[in-house]
Design a protein around this ligand. Structure first.
Ligand code: SAM
Length: 287
């Protein structure tokens, strides 16, 4: 395929006077096997819509266009817009929006472009904003089926870790609240131009119909999770008291009520235990 042919890409980009921006996380895929695999794994079919973030020169966009009804790709770099107009001329079911994904109202985008359709997200993410983008997609409560994304291998480990395991962090809990995360496949660093300094992995987050636990106050729950994980080598109680300004006494009372030891560490807590702890803390601090 032309769009993964290094010589073609070099000629194309030279003609457009384009040079790669490290700051925008621009590493374009050149391994011809990766995009078809990603587009298949995302699960969108002939009647479905896809949102892509950061199309680059459109290598994944073209694969999504072949399989789905419509793809809308959000690209921040204005210099790539004329490039995409050229590479996607034959993909009439694609549209490119020149915008920062984090400043785009994706609920409005979905109502406008995909009425009555199932919607999927599929993207080779710019790594400098992996977590903010994933959290933005999940917290916006978009009517989407799943998010299939390429991320840095280390980020994949954190995002897909079981809650209650050593590799879990606040983001693991947050992702798990909204979605079921799974590893799909590894992608070596030499599959890109230019090669990044890290290996990558494609993961899939299947959006849950409802969260796995019920919490009294969602916003407070996420504050508690962030605070509990904030001092990784210390106890959850330490993080909670320093980040939330709650007295050690109140924290110990909440831990006891949640049947947890006072020296418990955040990474050993299950989803249910974190939910109970936040509910107890909320009750105690609300007086
Ligand atoms: N999809 C292409 C590929 O696989 O070859 C390019 C992927 S490259 C890792 C990330 C892309 O995201 C770049 O095209 C970059 O310009 C774009 N980008 C960076 N920050 C963005 C943002 N905030 N919103 C939308 N696109 C962004």
């Amino acid at each position: 395929m032309e769009l993964t042919d290094i010589n073609y890409i070099k000629r194309l980009l030279k003609r457009h006077g384009f040079t790669f921006s490290k700051a925008l996380g621009q590493n374009f895929l050149t391994d011809p096997t990766v995009c078809p695999q990603m587009a298949e794994a995302c699960g969108a079919g002939a009647e479905d819509g896809v949102i892509e973030i950061g199309p680059g020169i459109g290598v994944l966009t073209a694969e999504l266009a072949k399989r789905t009804k419509k793809t809308v790709s959000v690209e921040l770099d204005t210099r790539l817009i004329p490039v995409l107009a050229e590479t996607l001329t034959d993909c009439r079911n694609t549209e490119v929006i020149n915008a920062d994904v984090l400043k785009t109202d994706l609920n409005a985008l979905i109502s406008e472009h995909f009425p009555g359709m199932r919607v999927f997200v599929c993207a080779n993410l710019p790594y400098y904003i992996t977590s903010p983008v994933i959290m933005y997609l999940l917290e916006s409560r978009l009517p989407i089926e799943s998010i299939t994304v390429m991320v840095q291998k280390e980020a994949a480990e954190r995002l897909c870790a079981p809650v209650g395991s050593r590799s879990a962090g606040a983001i693991t809990v947050a992702v798990n609240y909204y979605a079921e995360a799974e590893h799909l496949f590894y992608v070596k660093r030499d599959s890109f131009m230019p090669s990044p300094n890290v290996d990558s992995e494609v993961i899939k987050l299947t959006v849950r119909k409802k969260p796995p636990i019920e919490v009294a106050d969602e916003e407070f729950f996420f504050k508690v999770v962030k605070a509990a994980f904030s001092q990784r080598r210390k106890t959850a109680a330490n993080g909670l008291s320093s980040m939330l300004g709650i007295s050690k006494n109140d924290i110990n009372e909440a831990l006891t009520a949640a049947k947890l030891p006072s020296a418990v560490r955040a990474e050993s807590l299950t989803m249910e235990q974190l939910g109970t702890l936040s509910n107890e803390l909320r009750e105690i601090t609300n007086g």
